[in-house]
Unconditional design. Structure first.
Length: 477
């Protein structure tokens, strides 16, 4: 538990630590000044003797200065802390876009459920892996309770001019899962497509969208197949995605968008007292083996590893094999394989983290959540695909990792696992808070883009073509 705190402090409150450090440094400098002054060497040391202090006795002035430095510190630092809270404006979209998809029905005028009584339930099974839309929306609603029980990284504001970002609460992954495969008469759009059309229509009519062209909007599209229609028009916004596998660069990219973890399906390993020698399986993989695009490595690896007796390599998705079996399998393995499937990312990585099974990642294109603040090499092994499929390369490499190194990574896994935990109420340092913070780190670049786009707002139409000039800054994306 103590470890967790240390690591979350490291990530969370760099700005507070910075403030603290500044205050200490200033105090230290002043203390030196008084020591020198009281020994009469201030002038020798090059310090002027300010009039302000010369009438009072030294110890009094020292106390006075300490007081003013401290109050300066607490003012500037608390201002900084307030700034680090992301201000989020959330559209009051009709319930059919969000909790209505959970069969919740509004009572009275509010489009939002009363989260202090019973929560609408998100459907279980594989749906859950993309349930981020549910947790983020709940956290915003919770930020408005009289006694907010939320992680504190984001608060809902009702004046969109005061917001850092405009949140679009469309449960797009659930819409895909529920409606995309539903049979509809030929040529008719399914409900998932219709909802996206309606969303585009709604958004582009809002003053918030018009004033920014959508550049300060935040849209959820965690399921790789969600928002396939709407994204063609909503691309100026920041998306929250599982990976960039099915996105052209012009629509989504690492500068603009945020990668969020899947919600793990394997249960968290509470009170894990296992160790290197108590986990009998060396390497564990469970998944579909024959995949379309990009998944060829799985097949090759299967033939390379199938005869190793301490390797578990089996097929069938977690759905059929049972989450329970996967939980047991991962908990009794030292390493868990993550091989690119038909998308670069999968739920399996987050299952491995939850089971404290050191992930071995063979997916050259994978993007990882919050990698700007988290060094995955401390708790994951990365192997380039071209090496992994060489004869004996992978198995020799994994066997060469000894007890000490494994234990170091296993310890780190236990420190970072809460960064991948979705829950309500959300708590400091969990996935919900890490995502808000990742969004907050996008805000300055987004503001820059937005301000660029407004440069010529006041210009009269150009004499050449009667149109307003359009700014074309370099590296504009
Ligand atoms: C920071 O936020 C708190 C509570 O929201 C408020 O009371 C305080 O005045 C704010 N401080 C500054 C410097 O804005
Ligand atoms: C919203 O905020 C802006 C900027 O702070 C302010 O000028 C405006 O009056 C506010 N609108 C309302 C309705 O409070």
């Amino acid at each position: 538990m103590a470890d967790r705190h240390v690591s979350s402090i490291k990530v969370m409150s760099r700005s507070s630590l910075y403030c603290f450090f500044m205050m200490i440094s200033i105090l230290f400098a002043f203390s030196w000044f008084f020591v020198l002054r009281s020994t009469g060497r201030a002038q020798l040391a090059g310090f002027p003797t300010p009039k302000l202090f010369s009438t009072a006795d030294d110890s009094d002035s020292l106390a006075q200065i300490q007081h003013s430095v401290t109050s300066f510190g607490s003012q500037t630092c608390s201002a900084n802390d307030n700034k680090s809270v992301l201000k989020v404006f959330m559209y009051d979209l009709p319930p059919q876009f969000h909790f209505g998809l959970l069969d919740w029905k509004p009572k009275g005028n509010s489009v939002w459920p009363d989260i202090t009584s019973q929560l609408p339930e998100y459907p279980g099974g594989l749906n859950l892996q993309h349930s981020i839309e549910f947790w983020l929306t709940l956290d915003l609603l919770a930020s408005e309770l009289p006694k907010p029980s939320h992680g504190g990284s984001a608060i809902r504001v009702h004046n969109s001019s005061e917001a850092d970002i405009i949140f679009v609460p469309f449960f797009s992954s659930l819409s895909y899962n529920r409606f995309a495969k539903a049979k509809v008469p030929t040529k008719e759009k399914n409900m998932n497509d219709l909802l996206q059309d309606k969303l585009v229509e709604y958004l582009t009519a809002q003053k918030e969208w018009k004033r920014s062209g959508g550049r300060d909007h935040l849209i959820l599209a965690h399921h790789p197949n969600s928002m396939l229609e709407a994204r063609k028009q909503l691309w100026p916004a920041t998306f929250i995605l599982a990976d960039f596998g099915r996105y052209p660069l012009t629509i989504a990219n690492v500068q603009k968008d945020v990668i969020a973890p899947y919600k793990h399906l394997v249960a968290s390993y509470v009170d894990d007292s296992s160790e290197f020698d108590s986990r009998p399986t060396l390497l564990y993989f469970q998944g579909a083996i024959y995949r379309k695009d990009g998944g060829l490595a799985r097949q090759e690896l299967f033939y390379l590893l199938k005869d190793e007796k301490d390797v578990h390599f089996s097929f069938g998705s977690i759905q059929r094999g049972g989450i329970q079996k996967a939980t047991e399998g991962m908990r009794s393995s030292k390493f868990c394989l993550n091989i690119a499937g038909d998308t670069p990312s999968s739920n399996r990585l987050f299952d491995a983290i939850a089971a404290h099974c050191v992930p071995v990642i063979i997916s050259d294109e994978i993007e990882l959540p919050y990698e700007d603040v988290l060094d995955y090499s401390e708790f994951c092994i990365f192997v380039p695909t071209k090496d992994a499929i060489r004869e004996n390369f992978l198995i020799n490499f994994i066997r060469s990792i000894g007890k000490q190194e494994w234990t170091r990574m296993w310890t780190k896994l236990k420190e970072v696992e809460h960064f991948f935990e979705y829950q309500f109420p959300s708590r400091e340092g969990d996935a919900v808070q890490m995502i808000w913070q990742a969004v907050a780190r996008k805000v300055p670049a987004l503001k820059l883009k937005l301000h660029w786009s407004k440069r010529f707002d006041r210009s009269p139409p150009s004499t050449d073509n009667g149109l307003k000039p359009i700014p074309t800054p370099r590296n504009f994306w």
